[in-house]
Ligand binder design. Structure first.
Ligand SMILES: Nc1ncnc2c1ncn2[C@@H]1O[C@H](COP(=O)(O)OP(=O)(O)O)[C@@H](O)[C@H]1O
Ligand SMILES: [Mg+2]
Length: 268
């Protein structure tokens, strides 16, 4: 039995204090068409069972759409996406169960109109909430690099947090579900430098145990995070490479142009 399916069966019986067993993800010839336009064109790459992957590319390259395919928010794509060898479309308990394993953090933080504490436990089932709940909330807030700033005001409305803190709260809420994979769509694009730094530290730590796929426009951030670079343009995968190779010796002309100008003319 795969580790994931085993975890699925154990869910609700145990409350772990670290993220779930790592998973590997594989995309093979992923294509997506929306309103008659090809948005993704035969995109293939793998995410290994831990580590940071930065997905970069010009606006409109299809990065957000790809994250939506990975979480089955779009399900009309062609190709194959597997997690630990299991096709995600046939995930045992459906798309909602899959989304517990593949956490998605959006660009703008979406907090619920309740307390900081309640936001962290929002996605947990009633059974999960009974077990060591306060310790779990603390562990998740620590992993999201927010604990020190909120430990004395856990029951204040989450809306009283700064935007940077709200984004970290969203990360804590996703971590609370013990995801096997974490996806982030430009998570720090509108944040203050301190929150950006704390989120990067948090991602770096989380990526020791699970694969993290972070869409970013910030090439300096990608260099700081290290790991694997994935460069897309016009719905196509152009190049994947370890971070240092990508920046120091890019193989493709399109990559060199993108690194120099932040644009790519591959569709011309
Ligand atoms: N629902 C939709 N219908 C038609 N086209 C869409 C839809 N959503 C996104 N697109 C188009 O798909 C392309 C890729 O969008 P997106 O995935 O948001 O790119 P990125 O995140 O890289 O900026 C863009 O040209 C965008 O206009
Ligand atoms: Mg986008």
């Amino acid at each position: 039995m795969s580790q994931l399916l085993h975890d699925e069966q154990q869910q609700g019986n145990t409350q772990q204090t670290s993220c779930s067993a790592p998973s590997s993800i594989s995309l093979k010839e992923l294509s997506l068409e929306l309103s008659g336009t090809k948005i993704l064109k035969n995109v293939s790459f793998d995410l290994s069972s831990a580590g940071i992957n930065c997905l970069v590319g010009p606006s409109g390259a299809g990065k957000s759409s790809l994250l939506r395919c990975l979480t089955l928010l779009y399900d009309n794509w062609q190709g194959k996406i597997t997690m630990d060898g299991i096709a995600i479309q046939s995930w045992p308990k459906g798309a909602d169960a899959l989304r517990r394993h593949i956490g998605l953090i959006a660009q703008k933080p979406s907090i619920f109109p309740t307390s900081i504490y309640q936001n962290v436990i929002f996605g947990l089932s009633r059974q999960e909430r009974k077990q060591d709940q306060q310790k779990w909330v603390e562990a998740c807030l620590r992993k999201a690099a927010l604990w020190d700033e909120v430990c004395n005001r856990l029951f204040d409305p989450a809306s009283t947090l700064s935007i940077g803190q709200q984004q970290r709260l969203c990360i804590a809420r996703v971590i609370a579900l013990n995801p096997n994979v974490l996806l982030l769509d430009e998570p720090t694009s509108s944040l203050d430098p301190r929150s950006k730094q704390l989120i990067e530290a948090s991602l770096y730590d989380l990526a020791k145990n699970i694969p993290v796929l972070c869409v970013t426009h910030d090439l300096e951030q990608a260099q700081r995070l290290q790991g694997q670079m994935i460069f897309m343009c016009d719905g196509k995968l152009i190049e994947t490479a370890p971070t240092n190779d990508f920046f120091q010796s890019p193989k493709r002309l399109e990559t060199r142009e993108f690194l120099r100008w932040s644009v790519c003319n591959c569709d011309e």
